[in-house]
Write a protein that binds this ligand. Structure first.
Ligand code: SF4
Ligand code: SF4
Length: 438
């Protein structure tokens, strides 16, 4: 595993079961010597392998909660998904207060920044600066998927920073304006998502992230639970600034709903996303806006969450209903001024699925690949450590595997060798053969 990803393997825990190789949407994993290996160039950090690994050998490298103590002024910027993780809690103020009781000095909601990003995105769409249909850039796993597998769609991707990043920029500027020294401020994103960890640590479209650390929802959940259980109603501070529009971003369709783009399609689950992007690529989708999210039910199904995504979707509806009727929010003028929301850099074609840069060599490899593929059993059993027979054929032409890695091909070879041995065993030296004949 290289250094530019958050998803990584716990070598000790991996039993080489091959479950993860079959579910990886970009065929980034192989099992060699009974251990899973992730190919850096193919990984989009969607976290699918984290979800499917029963041995808990795959994990996202988040920061420990203790890292907040590296800073004098500790700030939490929670993803709206956090509001759906606790049973019977409808009021985001309870959760935001619990974060403060946990040790943060201030909390700013990513959901509020999502509302501002929505306004700005609408403005860009109206200016028609991006090729239609516009593809949301909210899910960093999908942005990487486009770079890797659908590079022709790069001009369609909305070149706007994420609500997480916008929230961090607003927070830092607001606190500095209040007189807090910049070096004392530590901003921590409370994340449902592995891809967002990577997006903060190794941003592709801007120079430097304002997020100082990322703590998984799983980790803060354990710490918050006893605080929430013991919290008295009069202890709840009014800390919420967002409306249900921004909070809804966590679920599939939430961004489109907030943007009020009538002609839009919202799709979740990486296999479904691939199908929709193939349609967009082939001009077979007559919509203005495409919202794609790698996880089932959007960020509510993120790999670093605690709650089942369908249960979380039900809770999201209840939270939004509560906010719309009984919710209380605080006024904060920190969002008044404009901050930079555009990307600094464009996406680049990172197509790794091609066989060679040289077209002639690539065509030759393709021909050999197809020939090898035809000799394989084509049952995609995964015993060779590759997800499909086609992927093994590709690994062979790329010099990364042997045909004998296929258990069926190996068995055939062993059978051939055995037959040769039997036939050899039947052969007698000429001298004995001569005696036999007598
Ligand atoms: S799912 Fe992958 S990482 Fe987990 S034990 Fe199996 S091979 Fe190893
Ligand atoms: S859907 Fe949300 S949680 Fe899942 S990979 Fe995309 S941004 Fe992350």
């Amino acid at each position: 595993m290289g250094t530019s990803h958050s998803v990584t393997l716990d070598w000790e825990k991996c039993i080489g079961c091959t479950d993860c190789i079959k579910r990886c949407p970009t065929e980034a994993i192989r099992v060699h010597n009974s251990k899973a290996e992730i190919t850096d160039a193919r990984c989009i950090d969607c976290g699918m392998c984290i979800r499917v690994c029963k041995s808990h050998a795959k994990k996202a490298m988040t920061d420990s909660f203790e890292k907040i103590y590296d800073y004098k002024y500790k700030v939490a910027i929670p993803a709206p998904t956090l509001y759906t993780q606790f049973k019977k809690i409808r009021d985001p103020n309870v959760i935001l207060t619990a974060l403060k009781k946990l040790g943060f000095d201030e909390v700013y909601e990513v959901a509020r920044a999502a509302e501002i990003v929505t306004e700005y995105s609408r403005h860009i769409m109206e200016q028609e600066k991006v090729v239609s249909p516009i593809i949301s850039s909210a899910c960093p796993a999908i942005v990487k998927l486009v770079e890797m597998r659908f590079p022709s769609l790069i001009p369609n991707v909305l070149p706007v920073i994420s609500p997480k990043e916008a929230s961090a920029r607003y927070a830092r500027r607001h606190l500095i304006q209040k007189g807090i020294p910049a070096e004392d401020i530590g901003i921590f994103f409370i994340s449902p998502c592995a891809a967002k960890v990577t997006d903060s640590r190794y941003p592709d479209t801007f120079d430097h992230s304002e997020v100082d650390g990322i703590i998984s929802i799983k980790d803060v959940y354990k710490l918050m639970l006893p605080i929430i259980k013991n919290m008295q109603p009069d202890e709840v501070e009014i800390l919420q600034t967002s409306t249900s529009r921004g909070i809804g971003w966590a679920a599939t369709g939430g961004e489109g709903l907030a943007s009020q783009v009538y002609n839009h399609v919202a799709v979740d689950g990486i296999e479904n996303v691939i199908e929709i992007l193939e349609r967009v690529e082939n001009n077979k989708l007559d919509v203005e806006f495409v919202e794609c999210l790698a996880c089932t039910n959007g960020c509510l199904g993120g790999p670093l969450t605690v709650e089942n995504s369908f249960v979380a979707t039900n809770r999201m509806a209840k939270v939004k209903k509560y906010i719309n009727s009984l919710g209380k929010t605080r006024e904060l003028d920190m969002y008044r001024d404009n901050i930079e929301l555009d990307w600094q850099y464009s996406l680049t074609n990172k197509q790794v699925l091609k066989l060679d840069d040289d077209m002639v060599v690539a065509l030759d490899k393709m021909e050999r690949l197809e020939k090898i593929f035809k000799t394989l059993p084509q049952i995609d059993c995964g015993s060779c450590g590759a997800p499909t027979c086609h992927a093994l054929a590709e690994d062979i032409v790329q010099g990364n595997a042997n045909i004998e890695d296929c258990i069926f091909m190996l068995r055939e070879k062993v059978r051939d060798v055995a037959q040769n041995m039997v036939s050899l065993a039947g052969k007698m030296p000429p001298s004995i053969r001569h005696i036999d004949k007598q």
